[in-house]
Write a protein that binds this ligand. Structure first.
Ligand SMILES: Cc1cc2nc3c(=O)[nH]c(=O)nc-3n(C[C@H](O)[C@H](O)[C@H](O)COP(=O)(O)OP(=O)(O)OC[C@H]3O[C@@H](n4cnc5c(N)ncnc54)[C@H](O)[C@@H]3O)c2cc1C
Ligand SMILES: *[C@@H]1O[C@H](CO)[C@@H](O)[C@H](O)[C@H]1NC(C)=O
Ligand SMILES: *[C@@H]1O[C@H](CO)[C@@H](O)[C@H](O)[C@H]1NC(C)=O
Ligand SMILES: *[C@@H]1O[C@H](CO)[C@@H](O)[C@H](O)[C@H]1NC(C)=O
Length: 497
């Protein structure tokens, strides 16, 4: 018995039992970059292995390598290839899929944390951003200049995964995907070469692929983001209590079909089922790119029949907003999260009602024990979002403007650390199966596109891209990574087939 437990303790100690190729790669990296290579008991290793949005990602890599410039990232790619060692790369760690941005002791974790540069250009039109930053770091850095960028809606979120998937911002109804507002991306190719891709230069094909094709093409070491003048915005959260389902759905529908025609407005309406209460609670994050305290566009949420129990909508910088909300996100450390996304055409209010009612019914009946919150968010994706996204060389998603406005219903489940992702996925399968069935019975088709940054691993996000774009992405991968290093040796996350 004693021996058995001793063995278990040993196995649980991350970094001690690395597979041969991984431990060879770690040794080489430790030799060449002793101060950038961390093993299991180093606090920097522990931080890189546990600073994830879902604790399912605490996989315990053989070692962590944390480059502080492109040359060191290139060294790592070459060492990993030479050792034939599996690896993963992490940014903010917000993709709530266990191995998306981490790997177990069979591989090496490349951390973006050391690449945390922030530098505004001389004319203030762009800012260079390292992938180790969170959005809150960028908003804070830009605040004294009265500038912002098309970026994360919550400051805690990481930069690289977000942009490589496209990136939905409060400013997206005005400026499109975050990726439509990137001037250049610098990254390491599979052969170790460091390149800077822009919409116009010889790497414009790579640039296009990085605008939504995720992690199969290059390891990004710098994003150059276009800045936007907005010293303050109107932003806040309004809460409506529990017994307002019908009015809430009215507000979501009215904002999506009418209010959102004013491109400066954005909302994240939320319906959160809390098992401990046995009922949902309703709230909405409200945003307006201006100083108007009562923008007409947000009327359905600010001046509705719903009783407002609290409301923080007011004039402040994005940095200040992040400081208010980030502490709550930090409290989630150690818990588990899981996403699923459902795309509907918003013009039909019945579609919103069916999604809401069915989800809440199934949540009440069959959420696994240990779930703390099962939430629906209803952000609008407007026609302007889609047309603005064709700037900057266009994007691989090429959303169909004809179906707009859409609501990308973000389903997210937060659980205690001991809940198994499999049980949460079983719930998602049941709930979404019934939702689709009920929609079909009402003669309503779901919309096609699935946003990979909000998707469950069971969803075929790439399969919803236009087929010709998918072929082009594959050709670009074959050109820049013929050996499929970033696909086969770096298997986590969203990969092209
Ligand atoms: C609380 C919360 C709020 C969110 N809000 C938004 C939102 O407002 N808008 C939105 O669009 N999405 C949002 N998301 C989804 C978010 O876009 C994704 O989770 C995204 O992947 C996060 O980026 P990251 O760098 O933190 O991800 P990570 O989990 O670190 O990485 C995601 C993927 O990118 C790859 N990757 C990481 N770094 C690099 C690199 N340097 N080079 C190449 N590949 C890399 C990883 O290998 C992985 O496959 C949110 C998620 C959470 C949890
Ligand atoms: C990266 O950092 C190393 C160590 O400080 C340095 O020797 C090298 O020149 C740097 N490379 C670049 C491109 O800055
Ligand atoms: C590590 O992950 C790989 C791939 O998922 C798996 O085959 C292997 O069994 C895992 N190893 C350990 C020690 O968990
Ligand atoms: C918004 O905030 C800025 C900065 O604090 C301030 O200068 C401006 O007057 C405010 N505008 C309104 C309408 O309150």
């Amino acid at each position: 018995m004693v021996r058995k437990y001793a063995l278990l303790a040993f196995a649980a100690l991350p970094g001690c039992l690395g597979d041969k190729p991984a431990s060879n790669a770690c040794k080489k990296l430790k030799n060449e970059h002793p101060d950038k290579t961390y093993y299991g008991l180093d606090p920097r290793y522990i931080n890189a292995n546990t600073e994830y949005y879902s604790s399912s990602s605490w996989l315990g890599p053989a070692c962590v390598f944390e480059p502080s410039n492109s040359t060191q990232m290139s060294d790592a790619v070459q060492a990993l290839k030479a050792a034939n060692s599996p690896f993963a790369i992490r940014g903010g760690g917000h993709m709530p899929i266990a191995n998306a941005a981490n790997i177990n002791s069979s591989g090496v974790l490349l951390s973006s944390f050391g690449l945390n540069q922030l530098k505004l250009s001389d004319d203030h039109s762009t800012v260079n951003v390292g992938p180790g930053n969170r959005w809150s770091d960028i908003y804070k850095y830009l605040e004294p200049y009265g500038l912002t960028v098309v970026g994360g809606r919550l400051g805690h979120v990481g930069v690289p995964g977000y942009i490589l998937g496209g990136g939905v911002s409060y400013l997206s109804n005005e400026y499109g995907w975050a990726s439509a507002n990137v001037a250049s991306v610098t990254g390491v190719l599979a052969d170790g070469k460091v390149v800077k891709a822009t919409p116009e230069n010889e790497y414009s094909d790579l640039f296009w692929a990085l605008r939504g094709g995720s992690s199969s093409f290059a390891l990004v070491t710098n994003f150059e983001l276009k800045t936007i003048k907005a010293p303050t915005v109107m932003i806040g959260m309004a809460s409506y209590g529990s017994d307002v389902a019908e009015q809430f759905i009215d507000a979501v529908h009215s904002f999506t079909t009418e209010g959102s025609k004013d491109a400066k407005a954005a909302t994240i309406p939320m319906a959160e089922y809390i098992p401990a209460l046995g009922k949902p609670a309703y709230s909405a994050i409200l945003f307006y790119n201006g100083v108007d305290e009562k923008p007409a566009a947000l009327k359905s949420f600010l001046e509705s029949d719903m009783k407002v129990t609290s409301n923080t909508f007011s004039n402040r910088s994005m940095s200040k907003w992040c400081k208010e909300l980030d502490p709550a996100l930090s409290l989630l450390k150690g818990s588990k999260q899981r996403f699923y996304v459902l795309n509907i055409h918003a013009s039909n209010k019945q579609a919103i009602t069916i999604v809401h009612d069915t989800f809440m019914k199934v949540a009440k009946e069959s959420l696994p024990l240990g779930v703390l919150v099962a939430a629906l968010a209803f952000p609008a994706v407007t026609e302007k979002f889609i047309t603005a996204s064709t700037a900057n060389g266009g994007d691989p998603q090429s959303l169909d403007v004809n179906g707009a406005p859409y609501i990308w219903v973000e389903e997210s489940i937060t659980s205690a650390g001991l809940v198994d992702d499999k049980d949460v996925d079983a719930f998602y399968e049941k709930a979404n199966g019934q939702i689709v069935k009920n929609l079909q019975a009402a003669g309503i088709e779901t919309a096609k596109f699935i946003y990979l940054n909000d998707a469950n691993p069971s969803q075929d996000a790439f399969g919803t891209f236009p087929p010709e774009n998918l072929e082009r992405l594959k050709a670009i991968r074959a050109k820049y990574d013929p050996d499929r290093v970033f696909t086969d040796l770096m298997p986590g996350g969203w990969k092209l087939a």
